[in-house]
Design a protein around this ligand. Structure first.
Ligand SMILES: CC(=O)SCCNC(=O)CCNC(=O)[C@H](O)C(C)(C)COP(=O)(O)OP(=O)(O)OC[C@H]1O[C@@H](n2cnc3c(N)ncnc32)[C@H](O)[C@@H]1OP(=O)(O)O
Ligand SMILES: O=CC(=O)O
Ligand SMILES: [Mg+2]
Length: 719
């Protein structure tokens, strides 16, 4: 059902959501909103389309050049060619970003950035509340604590494991808030005297080496003591009656850590939203987060839980003053990119409107509730709206976003630059022209982030015609990727990001390998990032420890300018083609398993982010970006004859059976084998590979959307 509003045709569900829910309390009338929206669509859709056409033209030129130079490739000639076609832009003069009204979570608190699919209200609420997390719980449930010597997780509390957790946490306290002598492990009592913290070690009383780290307490006895280190907070929680507190000499029951400082509420790569019904669900959840009304009731551990947003946390300073700290993560919204259109609204010519424009308007409208302080909670204390824009190609596309946001501000009655932008640095044309991209958004930019997953997909697709790519797992160690990561930090620091905006790094995509994460993810901080992505609240709590260890702002002080272009353009083609038959089959199996394991839940169940085991049985976070890599990689090897069509199809069919088995316990699951022709999900997997070369920039959304719509229609027809 749809409504004719002016010259727009709007799906009734979206129309009613906007009129009855999103506009409520916004100070805007429906008449004005829809009239302005129609004008905005008229003014911006054509420009959006032109930018997409330019992407296509550029890719066609690169494809042709690469075909002609497969056997006589020279990087020098390639760079000249890229300059000639405008792919490499003339660099702007030095400048510094001037963004104002940015919250301290961005400017002063280096820390983890959690990402969560907006369509899953239970997870999204959990993410918003993941500002604080229990270190004891995070350690207990992770592989950081080994199961050796009777320390198995089991089904009920294991005191042997508990002891290891406590020892780990106390060792960490010794590093984060060192005592003048001795160890927190020997603490018998924490006392506050004359505004100072004293720790009784059983005979000797010691203090913190730096008493400024002690900020205050909560409760009478007290129940919590608050500390800070590198701008991040944590509590030592004390309760003599608690099962864990009882067994602890100082009655410490937990160490509660400020964890997900910021969270990206994702409308993009972790979400399956293909029509008005889905988009309304997306927007309604975001509105509920912005006005504080979102709740979700669900069954867990034999009980019913209603989850809602947490309140702020209240403390008393050593001098008796009351103060609060935010109880929720600072939320950003990741809009979709410029590529897709949505038939939730048809323009005056009956054409679906660019989905990115729809997102910009509706997510900003919803966030205006926070700017107006309409809800119980406050997201941005500075009155800003944070939108992350993914998958932009070059500075012209950033300029388009900047102009669009100006216009959205005018339309919604928001002050200029209320809407801030986070630029995902995840397409090669953006990486190579990053300084110019930042320049276009210099008054509203609050982050750049290396989305290395999409970036890897784009790397493969851009150079599809040049030759077969190195294996997927080798990409992370390749020269172009390291140069891209380093360039991002260097350009960010040299554009004045330090203390003003985030320089972010990519996702830890192995949600269960926390020990590995603890060993490696601090590398992103040591490289100069003041935030990095984590897939879950547990990962946020654990990754937070890295920021206590590494003083990121100091690292950034040492970052200099560099010339990375040459290395970034070192294309990861493996001309030697020295793979054994087994290597090739293993690569295909691994990619096919990832593709189908992800796609089957996307197409059949509308789940946009999944944990899927790889060929070595390691659970990997899969989303549209990882799908882009796997599908483009298979398409690339197929195109260059590393494998045949028959081999790819046989692989996909065999892997479909493996994925079916992996999902055998899911009552909502429809197997792909043996009726492959009837499985829309399997067909989607095939399309992604066999039609991979012709997909715009190798993106997966056109096929996913079409096939999901087909699966939804099939379901309706069966009813
Ligand atoms: C390239 C890119 O664009 S990366 C960014 C996009 N990707 C993402 O956003 C991925 C985010 N992560 C996720 O979606 C999930 O963690 C997955 C799919 C990887 C794994 O999900 P699951 O298998 O359901 O996780 P698992 O069973 O281990 O844990 C579920 C619990 O963790 C919580 N949880 C898991 N991930 C998240 C998250 N990202 N945010 C908040 N809570 C989360 C759930 O709420 C649930 O707890 P609850 O029962 O109290 O509600
Ligand atoms: O969006 C993140 C990525 O890695 O892609
Ligand atoms: Mg991405």
């Amino acid at each position: 059902m749809s409504e004719k509003i002016g010259n727009l045709t709007v799906e009734t569900s979206l129309y009613e959501f906007i009129n009855r829910e999103a506009l409520e309390g916004s100070g805007l009338t429906a008449e004005q909103f829809w009239a302005d929206f129609e004008r905005l669509i008229g003014d911006f859709s054509g420009r959006n389309e032109k930018l997409l056409k330019k992407r296509e033209d550029i890719q066609n030129k690169i494809d042709q050049w690469n075909r002609e130079h497969q056997n006589n490739y020279s990087q020098e000639a390639y760079e000249t060619f890229l300059t000639e076609i405008g792919y490499l832009e003339k660099e702007v003069d030095d400048f510094e970003v001037t963004t104002e009204n940015v919250d301290p979570e961005i400017t002063a608190q280096p820390g983890p950035q959690l990402v969560v699919p907006v369509k899953n209200a239970r997870y999204a609420l959990n993410a918003a509340n993941a500002r604080w997390g229990s270190l004891y719980d995070a350690l207990y449930g992770s592989d950081i604590i080994s199961e050796e010597n009777g320390a198995e997780q089991g089904t009920s509390y294991n005191p042997v494991r508990g002891e290891k957790v406590v020892a780990y946490a106390k060792r960490w306290l010794d590093e984060a808030i060192p005592l003048t002598e001795g160890s927190h492990q020997d603490a018998k009592q924490y006392n506050i005297e004359n505004g100072n913290l004293h720790v009784d070690l059983g005979g000797t009383s010691v203090t913190l080496q730096d008493n400024n780290q002690f900020l205050g307490t909560r409760g009478e006895n007290p129940e919590a003591i608050l500390f800070q280190n590198h701008g991040l907070h944590f509590e030592i929680q004390i309760d003599a009656e608690h099962p864990i507190g009882k067994t602890d000499r100082a009655h410490v029951k937990d160490v509660f850590v400020e964890s997900a400082i910021t969270t990206i509420i994702d409308c993009e790569d972790s979400v399956a939203a293909v029509d008005a019904e889905d988009k309304v669900e997306v927007y309604r959840n975001w509105l509920g987060l912005m006005n504080g009304t979102l709740t979700k009731t669900f069954e867990k551990d034999n009980g019913t839980i209603t989850r809602k947003l947490h309140s702020d946390r209240t403390y008393s300073s050593p001098f008796g003053e009351t103060f609060t700290l935010p109880g929720r993560s600072l939320m950003f919204n990741r809009n979709v990119g410029h590529l897709m259109t949505s038939d939730a609204i048809l323009d005056e010519n009956g054409q679906p409107v660019p989905e990115g424009i729809l997102d910009a308007v509706v997510t900003s409208l919803a966030a205006k509730q926070d700017v107006l302080r309409n809800g119980e909670f406050q997201n941005s204390a500075k009155g800003s709206i944070y939108i992350v824009k993914p998958k932009m190609h070059g500075s012209e596309e950033v300029a388009f976003t900047n102009d669009l946001f100006d216009r959205v501000e005018d339309m919604l009655g928001l002050k200029r630059h209320t809407i801030k932008v986070g630029v995902m640095d995840e397409e090669r044309r953006t990486s190579l022209n990053l300084k110019n991209c930042i320049h276009e958004a210099r008054e509203r930019i609050i982050f750049i982030n290396t989305g290395f997953l999409d970036r890897t997909g784009d790397e493969i697709h851009t150079s599809m015609e040049l030759g077969p790519m190195i294996r997927k797992n080798e990409m992370k160690a390749s020269e172009w990727l390291q140069a891209y990561e380093d360039a991002n930090v260097s350009v960010g620091v040299n554009s004045g990001f330090r203390g003003k905006a985030q320089i972010g790094k990519g996702m830890w995509a192995m949600p269960n390998l926390m020990k590995d994460m603890m060993e490696k993810k601090d590398g992103q901080l040591k490289a100069g990032a003041n935030t990095a992505w984590v897939p879950s609240p547990t990962a946020a709590t654990l990754h937070a420890l890295h920021y206590h260890d590494v003083d990121v702002f100091r690292v950034q002080q040492g970052i200099t300018k560099g010339d990375y272009q040459n290395k970034m353009l070192n294309i990861p083609v493996d001309a030697a083609r020295n793979w054994s038959k087994e290597d090739i089959q293993q690569e295909l199996d691994n990619n096919a398993q990832g593709i189908l394991g992800y796609v089957v839940r996307w197409i059949d169940q509308g789940v946009g982010s999944s944990s899927v085991p790889d060929i070595n049985n390691v659970d990997l976070m899969e989303d549209r970006a990882t799908l882009r890599i796997s599908s483009q990689h298979m398409a690339n090897w197929l195109h260059h004859g590393i494998c045949s069509e028959e081999q790819v199809l046989e692989t996909l069919k065999r892997m479909a059976k493996v994925v079916d088995e992996q999902n055998a316990g899911d009552s909502n699951y429809t197997p792909m084998a043996p009726n492959y022709e009837d499985s829309v999900a399997f067909q989607a997997g095939c399309d992604l590979v066999f039609k991979g070369r012709e997909q715009p920039n190798g993106y997966t959304e056109p096929i996913l959307h079409r096939r999901r719509q087909e699966a939804k229609a099939k379901k309706v027809a069966r009813r």
